[in-house]
Design a protein around this ligand. Structure first.
Ligand code: PLP
Length: 437
């Protein structure tokens, strides 16, 4: 038996105790539970890289606005489901400032995080047109969004974009969309889990295909402006966050407060529906609801049924953060660049000890350093590597749970503490000694 930082027998007992048929398919929550239990029982510190939780302090400008609103008594009244006029106006301005796109305040709708935003978007998109009942995932992706599809009893299709970067994307989209059943397609940019960024040319292809097949694009900007290779943080100045919105009117943007502003706990984000889509009537919606447009059904039927709006105080916080960012007074990008610095150091340690980065390029450009990165070890499947690293006190999730066809793991930089770089190096050194290449 090899010498490992976490006792092998204890680790096996605890993993087996979860009764998982395939440890490589464990969900993020299961990996957290297993690694936390092991940490407690063996008294060994774990380097947690499984959960994508913001590891920074919530933006103060939001906290101050929210506290003040609560003290002024906002909690007692129901929020207007359309959103407060302030958050709608500031969302529209923020989108102009950082994406250079015009979306009217009316079409910017607060949601209880992008999680609710995507749920409501999938649901509404799938009800628009008879026969268009399937969501296409441009994978790898955020696993819980597929769970949302399962919860609502919808269908989905997916492909791993690893093999289809650049012009190749057109052919694979054509293959899926030409069947006529795709209501909407979704991807995140920067990508969770792999942190690649689709290029403008690729977004143009997606936009053109959305126009050709009248399909809605759901662009998940959970990691807004976090392509740290570019200076995206100057309001109303190029370069801007890349977006499909430049190439089609058939789009919905999901802008989350969780990562950009480290505001995950308050569950706040904005769904921004293109002006044209917001005002478009669909036969399927008219039949089901007796009238309405995409935007009004989204708000007054779907969001009303889900949560009757979004808490007032969180909307006020988000409006304040958007405003401060657009005014150039709150440099949110510089704050979150910390994730990029961590990724650079962590990637170096992993690659020094024989690991490779799986999704390593955006066509001919190396990917950015950011919130996540992907790793593989020669000769090991993602599942094997995930389990093996547990014995070294390192936890991450397998790419197989994200719709990726590649063997490897997603590692998240958000929980890394300053002293853990040395610890990781020590453990990976031992890992390499025990796993000769
Ligand atoms: C790609 C992606 N979309 C959406 C979310 C959820 O965002 P929110 O906290 O706004 O619901 C996450 C969070 O990890 C994510 O990675």
């Amino acid at each position: 038996m090899k010498n490992t930082p976490v006792d092998y027998q204890t680790a096996r007992r605890i993993i087996d105790g979860y009764g998982l048929p395939d440890f490589g398919k464990a969900t993020i929550r299961e990996v957290v539970a297993i690694s936390t239990q092991l940490e407690q029982e063996t008294n060994t510190e774990f380097i947690h890289m499984e959960m994508g939780v913001p590891g920074l302090k919530a933006a103060q400008v939001g906290v101050d606005a929210e506290v003040k609103a609560l003290q002024n008594g906002i909690a007692s009244i129901y929020p207007n489901i359309n959103g407060t006029p302030e958050v709608k106006a500031e969302a529209s301005r923020f989108i102009k400032a950082f994406i250079n796109i015009d979306i009217a305040p009316e079409c910017c709708v607060p949601v209880t995080g992008s999680m609710q935003g995507t749920f409501a978007s999938f649901l509404t998109s799938g009800q628009c047109t008879e026969g268009k009942d399937t969501i296409l995932f441009i994978d790898p992706g955020f696993p819980v969004q597929k769970q949302q599809i399962v919860v609502m009893g919808y269908k989905y299709e997916s492909f791993d974009v690893y093999e289809y970067r650049g012009e190749k994307l057109r052919a694979i989209l054509e293959e899926h969309l030409s069947k006529g059943n795709i209501a909407a397609m979704i991807y995140s940019n920067p990508n969770n889990p792999a942190w690649f960024c689709l290029t403008d040319d690729e977004l143009k292809i997606i936009g053109e295909m959305a126009n050709k097949y009248d399909t809605i694009v759901i662009e998940d900007l959970a990691y807004f402006a976090m392509d740290f290779r570019k200076e995206l943080g100057k309001p109303f100045e190029a370069p801007y966050q890349a977006s499909v919105a430049h190439y089609t009117d058939n789009y919905i943007l999901q802008i989350s407060g969780s990562k950009a502003f480290s505001y995950a706990g308050q569950r706040i984000g904005v769904t921004a529906i293109s002006n044209k889509l917001y005002h478009r009537a669909y036969s399927g919606l008219t039949k089901r609801y007796g009238g309405g447009t995409f935007g009004t059904v989204y708000i007054h039927r779907v969001l009303y049924a889900l949560s009757s709006g979004t808490s007032h105080s969180a909307q006020i916080a988000l409006a304040a953060m958007f405003k401060a960012a657009s005014d150039g007074q709150f440099d949110f990008i510089t704050e979150v660049k910390e994730y990029g610095r961590r990724a650079e150091k962590l990637k170096k340690i992993f690659t020094d000890y024989g690991f490779t980065i799986v999704y390593d390029h955006d066509l001919d450009e190396p990917i950015a350093d950011g919130f996540y990165f992907t790793i593989a070890y020669p000769g090991m499947t993602g599942g094997q590597l995930m389990e093996e690293l547990i014995y070294y006190g390192v936890s991450a999730i397998s790419l197989s749970t994200t719709g990726s066809n590649q063997e490897g793991l997603r590692a998240c930089t958000s929980f890394i503490k300053p002293h853990q770089y040395d610890l990781l190096e020590e453990r990976l050194k031992l890992f390499k000694e025990n796993h000769t290449l």
